[in-house]
Design a binder for this molecule. Structure first.
Ligand SMILES: [Zn+2]
Length: 263
């Protein structure tokens, strides 16, 4: 961090339950967008905030993360489109022009952004880590984690293990509002866990429709709360091991993921 004003974050709800994120540089009114599913809502949000898009950061190639790339490049010109080198080799991110590997550093005005390769949901999945914020796409969700579409349990476990090493006060910006559904699942695994019950009850109240008001959201999440209540980060907790009947951390994780897939 420098003495420089920190970036501002704006949420752009897209599609049914996706979030794109605008990272706004206050000094010059530029903004990076993370995972634009669609271009129109992002352009609308950028216009309303009077910011100009300077780059696109994609966490992975799924259409609900890159569907807006082409439209945004049309509107803002040939802005850099960041993504994984693995997705780049497969040519599956539209307009991609920057090809990342684990440990790459991207400049965001005065700050360094660390690019992490976190495979599991997909082979090339990336996370962008900057100044206490982690843009994580579909790797970690509120009380859950992404499905293993291309990776193995070992790969996802190793990605989540890296995330667990990141400081507790980090804010997690994921790409879907799945927290309530994930908590309902978690409470079937650990029905007597007080912290989970309290989180489910608080989230249920928060997400209650309020006559015409826009739906509340649970994101950003804090990594502290995820470490405490997200089962997919608690593979070594005695209650989780007991509930899965496993003791090996990867097997605990894999058992939870299988049960969630069938939930
Ligand atoms: Zn995805």
């Amino acid at each position: 961090m420098t003495s420089h004003q920190p970036p501002l974050i704006a949420c752009v709800p897209v599609l049914k339950d996706n979030y794109a994120w605008l990272i706004i540089e206050p000094s010059d009114g530029s903004a990076v967008v993370v995972d634009p599913s669609e271009s129109a809502p992002v352009i609308h949000a950028a216009d309303a905030l009077d910011v100009h898009l300077s780059a696109i950061w994609n966490t992975h190639h799924h259409h609900d993360h890159v569907g807006g790339n082409a439209g945004l490049c049309e509107r803002y010109g040939p802005i850099p489109v960041h993504g994984s080198a693995i997705d780049g080799e497969l040519g599956r991110i539209p307009k991609q022009s920057v090809f990342h590997r684990d440990g790459d550093v991207v400049r965001l005005s005065g700050q360094e952004v660390l690019v992490l390769h976190v495979p599991g949901h997909t082979l090339g999945h990336l996370a962008y880590y900057v100044a206490g914020m982690l843009f994580i796409g579909d790797t970690l969700f509120g009380a859950g984690c992404g499905r293993l579409f291309e990776g193995t349990p070992e790969e996802m476990f190793s990605s989540l293990s890296r995330l667990r090493e990141i400081p507790d006060d980090t804010l997690i910006y994921c790409a879907h509002e799945y927290t309530l559904a994930n908590l309902k699942f978690a409470c079937t695994i650990l029905p007597d866990n007080e912290a989970l019950k309290a989180r489910l009850s608080a989230t249920t109240s928060l997400m209650q429709p309020q006559g015409g008001a826009p739906l509340a959201r649970t994101v950003p999440l804090t990594l502290r709360e995820e470490k405490q209540t997200n089962l997919f980060l608690r593979w070594d907790a005695p209650d989780v091991m007991r509930a899965t009947g496993e003791t090996d951390p990867v097997r605990v994780f894999a058992a939870l993921r299988r049960r969630k897939d069938r939930f």
